[in-house]
Ligand binder design. Structure first.
Ligand SMILES: [Zn+2]
Ligand SMILES: [Zn+2]
Length: 95
């Protein structure tokens, strides 16, 4: 974390900050304009400071081949097998 770079500057808009009227991250001490703090939904803009409970993973490259072990494919196959089994069971009790 390059906090020196942000010293005296707003962590959101990177403009120089006046000495007064600051919102300050309690974790890393980075200062913000109050409106920038609000704009950033009251979260620290410093990378790695604010820990999201649901971190966004970077999107991987698009898959060009069908991945048989894809959880969606596995779930679909599971549903198909269960449906086939239930249908056979239904036919069994019909006779
Ligand atoms: Zn700002
Ligand atoms: Zn912070």
């Amino acid at each position: 974390m390059d906090l020196e770079r942000l010293r005296g500057k707003c962590g959101v808009c990177l403009q120089e900050l006046p000495d007064a009227l600051l919102s300050r991250c309690t974790q890393c001490g980075t200062s913000y304009h109050p409106e920038c703090w609000e704009f950033n939904r009251r979260k620290c803009a410093v990378y790695g400071c604010w820990k999201s409970p649901f971190p966004k993973r970077p999107l991987g490259p698009p898959q060009r081949h069908a991945d048989i072990f894809n959880p969606f494919v596995m779930a679909g196959m599971f549903v198909a097998v269960v449906a086939l089994f239930a249908w056979n069971l239904f036919r069994w009790f019909q006779d």
